[in-house]
Structures are given as C-alpha cells and as structure tokens.
Design a protein around this ligand. Structure first.
Ligand SMILES: Cc1cc2nc3c(=O)[nH]c(=O)nc-3n(C[C@H](O)[C@H](O)[C@H](O)COP(=O)(O)O)c2cc1C
Length: 173
C-alpha cells in the first residue's frame, strides 16, 4: 500500500540556529563512512541518475529505504512521484559515481537495465527498485522514502565514501 504524502517539519523560528561553519560541519559529517549509490529514474522518456551517499535502510516490514536529495537537484524535482532505483556501486565504478555527480566521463557510455518499473544501471553491487512511499521536506533537502518492490545483490565489494574521498573496503576482523 502506498502512503505518499508531503510533510514539513520546520522547527520553531524562535529556536536559535547554530552558527556552524559549513565546511567544518561537512568535514565532521564526512567522518561517517558510507557506500555510494546512484538513484535512477525515468522522466519524459529519458533516463536520469544522481550520485547519492545519503542512503539508509529504514524498515523491514514494509520494506522501506530512504535517500536525501538536495532541493536544488534535478532528482528532487523530477523523481518524487515515480518509481526509482537505488544502485549501490561496486569498488570499480568510480567513473559511474562521477558521471552522475555532474562530471560526465568520456568513453564510459551508461548501460541501462529496463527490466522493472524504474530504469537501473546494468551493473551494480546491489540494486533496490522502489515505488515512492513518502516525501518529507527537511531543510534544504527532501527525504524520499521508497517501498522496495525488487532487489538484487552481488558478491563484489562496495565502493566507499569517507572523509570526502572514494575508498576501498579493507577487512579488520
Ligand atoms: C560521493 C557523493 C555523494 C553525494 N551524495 C548526495 C546526496 O546524498 N544527496 C544529494 O542531493 N546530492 C548528493 N551528491 C551530489 C549529486 O550527485 C550532484 O549534485 C548531482 O549533480 C545531482 O544530479 P541531478 O541534479 O541531476 O539530480 C553527492 C555527490 C557525490 C560525489
């Protein structure tokens, strides 16, 4: 069952806002290691993607996942009312991460897989095809909750983003 709604949770304006230095705040947030995904979707017959590391699992029952999209991104304006896919990148997909972060790579045509409701990358570490479940406004981002309709996972290693740089996994245990 779909529960797509738009909600705003703006804090009271009387609350003092912390005067963070944006670069320092971003640096602190970068201490949290993440994977790297490309969120893909179709709009007016064309296929689009945006590199996103703000991906998290939310719920097992129902199966829900979440991404946070900057309101200034094309994805935030075109994606919310349609199926989308979250493609988790493997460690050899740095070009793909850059391609969908607004830095087109020459010589690496994007291969698409059109076997489900949303276009997804032909190659990935894992993929989650979603229908939109809910949208929440959150400051300069929107939180997009997706209901997972289909998923796949491979045995490759994930691409990692940590301290502002792409990294490879290394085992500590
Ligand atoms: C490693 C990495 C992670 C990113 N994570 C996010 C994110 O979580 N949310 C977001 O809105 N943009 C994120 N971006 C920036 C977008 O990829 C970039 O703005 C892109 O051009 C958006 O594409 P669009 O405007 O076509 O939607 C990230 C970029 C990189 C390189």
């Amino acid at each position: 069952m779909s529960m797509l709604t738009a909600q705003s949770a703006t804090p009271p304006t009387s609350e003092p806002q912390p005067a963070f230095d944006p670069r320092d705040f971003r640096r602190a947030l970068g201490r949290f290691a993440t994977g790297v995904t490309v969120v893909t979707y179709e709009h007016e017959g064309a296929h689009y993607g945006a590199t996103v590391n703000s991906f998290t699992s939310v719920s097992m029952d129902p199966p829900l996942v979440l991404v946070s999209l900057a309101t200034t991104s094309r994805a935030a304006t075109k994606l919310p009312d349609r199926p989308f896919a979250i493609n988790v990148l493997h460690q050899d997909q740095l070009d793909t991460a850059m391609q969908f972060a607004g830095k087109p790579q020459t010589g690496t045509p994007v291969q698409w897989n059109l076997d489900h409701a949303a276009p997804r990358l032909a190659e990935s570490h894992a993929a989650f095809v979603c229908t939109p479940w809910a949208i929440h406004e959150a400051g300069d981002h929107i939180l997009v909750l997706g209901h997972v309709e289909h998923y796949e996972a491979s045995e490759t290693d994930a691409l990692v983003f940590y301290q502002g740089a792409f990294q490879r996994l290394s085992c500590v245990s």
